[in-house]
Every structure is written in structure tokens, then in C-alpha cells.
Ligand binder design. Structure first.
Ligand SMILES: *Cc1c(COP(=O)(O)O)cnc(C)c1O
Length: 349
């Protein structure tokens, strides 16, 4: 049933404050209605504007980085290292945070989406990285999580030998999911906004990539006593591969906080209808979702993540996943600089 009151601050989250955290986000980010797009889809649609976190054009990674940079500063690091896709928003915002904190940034760009054009290689997030003054390294061996990680640690060892104090932002599996704590915090923020506006949601729709965002949000909402559906949209790998990742992520968050997980197997909802043809490759449905959201609401989505999430949301709405007038909250996780890297894929119909 609708739970309009602000549930008491849950003891489950007491330990959150024990983790070092820097303020890199302008929060709370707004929740806004999307009435025209919602009417098209027969639902009451809202957007959580996490594209407005601030930090070099903003996005969900600002919240995650508050905890990684908290850990880096606690370790007295003067240099951060991070690896990811060429058009990674995480890397762009990590470079911005490093600049703001007077630290050096060594970034490694992995060629996870081969065959893209010149804009992909040089514009969007890559241009911003260059402007932000990051030291850019490339990893040309395609999708190879372990290899890319080993190379990053090798670079860290070299920097240490030169007298630097490097901190590798630990994103590979089997590291505690510090960044997910940023979305546990975001879940509390959403719960507080719901209470203040006396507004309930039937479903929250969010990108499911590494799962730090999806896992953190699901964990945090359940810890706050919020029972609405949390629908993950696969942007990186198919549903069957993503499900155990999210389950593991939620358990790792519980372990990190030293509590029992409030998340059950049935809480993990995933849909991969919009994933094809694969990570970082927008389909015609994604292009349509981006252009429809822009035309109806003046809201810009991105081609890698939020465009896919909106395409997935549209498939679910048109397929009758929600009753008419259901209240759905779309999490805008940012990523808009990548629009300029995908100009050829997104231009006119
Ligand atoms: C990284 C990213 C995501 C996915 O978040 P995860 O925490 O990796 O699942 C979604 N949207 C944008 C814009 C991102 O940059």
C-alpha cells in the first residue's frame, strides 16, 4: 500500500556515516513530472534529475565518486587511476573530481566498442578528458576486465616507484562496492522527497550496468521501507548474466554495512529488451526514445545508458507492464556528453 510517511531513519543505514565521503554532488537533485511523454504512454511519468548532480556535466558517477574519493583521501593519495570504456562518464567525472581536489588523474580507455567513427574516438567524453587535463592511456585489447585491471595496477606500481601515492578506483568485481553507497544515499534522498511531496511511486526504472546504481538504489529503498518495484534495464549484458551480479552486489552492500540484506530475489527485476545490439550501440528504438523525449519534454538523454533505459521503459509501458495512470519514476543517470560522440548514429530520421 501507499507509504506516504517518511519511515523512521532505518538502523540498517546507521553505518553509512562511518565511510569517508567527500561532497561532490549538488543534492537533492530535482524530481520533475514528464506529463506529455507520460500521456503518450498512459502512465504518470516523473524523472529524477541525476544528470544535474554537477561535476563536469553531471551524472550518477558523481554520487559514486563521493565514496571513492573519500577512500582515496583517507589513504592520502595524490593520484587516482581508473579504467573504462572510451566514452566512459565515470572516467570523465573522476578526472574532474581529481582536478577539483588537486590530484593527478591517469585514465585508461578500453576499446570495448570497436568499429566506431572519429567522433567516438575524439569527441564527447574524450574531448572533456583532454580539457580536464587527465593523462590518457589506451587499452586496445577489447572487452577484457581482468587484463585492463592488471595493466592499471602495473601503472600504479610504476607511479609508486616514482614517489607518487596512487589510488586505483576499484571497479573490478570482487572489490567492496563503495560506489553503491552513493545510491543508498540517493535512495534515502528519494524517500525523503516522496515524503515531503506526499507522493508515492509504483515503480522506479533505472539503468543496470555495473549494478552499483541499481543495487545501491534497490538496497537503499528497501532499507527505507519503500516497497515499490525497482525495474532495472540492462545496458551492458543480458538479463541472465545481470541477475546474479545484482544479487551479489546487494549482498556485498549488506556485508559492507554489516547488516542483513533487506533485498529478496523477487525484488530483482531486470529487462533486456532494449540491450540489442549490445553495450554502447544504440538501436533504432534507442534513437527513437532519445528523439521522442527531446521533442515531448525538452529533456536530453544519452545514447549508451538513459536512451536505452527509456527505450526499455517504452516497451514495458506499451506492453502493459503497468496499469493505466501508474506512477513511474525514471532515473536520469546523466551521460549526455556522449551525444556528441554518437552524432552519426543519432542525426535526423
Ligand atoms: C555508468 C552509467 C550508468 C550505469 O551505472 P552502473 O552503476 O554502472 O550500473 C548509467 N547511466 C550513465 C549515464 C552512466 O554513466
Amino acid at each position: 500500500m501507499a507509504n506516504l510517511n517518511n519511515p523512521a531513519k532505518p538502523a540498517l543505514l546507521d553505518r553509512l556515516t562511518e565511510f569517508p565521503r567527500l561532497t561532490l554532488t549538488q543534492a537533492p537533485t530535482p524530481i520533475e513530472p514528464l506529463p506529455r511523454l507520460g500521456a503518450d504512454l498512459g502512465i504518470e511519468l516523473f524523472v529524477k534529475r541525476d544528470d544535474m548532480t554537477g561535476l563536469a556535466m553531471g551524472g550518477n558517477k558523481a554520487r559514486q565518486l563521493e565514496f571513492y574519493f573519500g577512500a582515496a583521501q583517507a589513504a592520502k593519495a595524490d593520484t587516482i587511476l581508473i579504467t573504462g570504456a572510451v566514452q566512459s562518464n565515470f572516467i570523465r567525472m573522476a578526472a574532474a573530481a581529481a582536478a577539483r581536489l588537486g590530484m593527478a588523474a591517469h585514465v585508461q580507455l578500453e576499446d570495448r566498442v570497436p568499429g566506431m567513427g572519429a567522433d567516438y574516438a575524439r569527441s564527447g567524453n574524450v574531448l572533456l578528458l583532454d580539457i580536464l587535463g587527465a593523462k590518457i592511456h589506451t587499452y586496445p585489447h577489447g572487452e577484457d576486465e581482468a587484463g585492463a585491471d592488471a595493466r592499471l595496477h602495473h601503472m600504479a606500481a610504476e607511479l609508486r616507484a616514482q614517489g607518487r601515492r596512487p589510488y586505483v578506483i576499484p571497479l573490478a568485481p570482487n572489490h567492496p562496492p563503495l560506489g553503491a553507497l552513493g545510491y543508498v544515499v540517493a535512495a534515502q534522498e528519494i524517500s525523503d522527497q516522496m515524503a515531503a511531496a506526499e507522493r508515492d511511486f509504483d515503480c522506479v526504472v533505472v539503468a543496470s550496468g555495473s549494478g552499483l546504481t541499481h543495487g545501491g538504489l534497490l538496497f537503499g529503498l528497501r532499507a527505507c521501507g519503500r516497497t515499490m518495484a525497482v525495474q532495472g534495464i540492462c545496458v551492458r549484458r543480458p538479463e541472465a548474466a545481470q541477475r546474479p551480479r545484482i544479487a551479489a552486489k546487494c549482498q556485498e552492500i549488506a556485508d559492507l554495512l554489516g547488516v542483513a540484506s533487506p533485498v529478496t530475489a523477487a525484488d530483482i527485476q531486470l529487462d533486456d529488451e532494449a540491450l540489442a545490439p549490445g553495450y554502447g550501440r544504440p538501436s533504432a528504438a534507442v534513437k527513437h526514445a532519445i528523439r521522442l523525449t527531446a521533442a515531448r519534454e525538452g529533456l536530453l538523454l544519452d545514447p549508451v545508458y538513459t536512451g536505452k533505459v527509456m527505450a526499455g521503459l517504452i516497451v514495458l509501458a506499451r506492453g502493459g507492464a503497468w496499469k493505466k495512470g501508474a506512477r513511474v519514476l525514471f532515473i536520469h543517470t546523466g551521460g549526455t556528453p556522449a551525444l556528441f560522440a554518437y552524432g552519426e548514429e543519432l542525426r535526423g530520421e
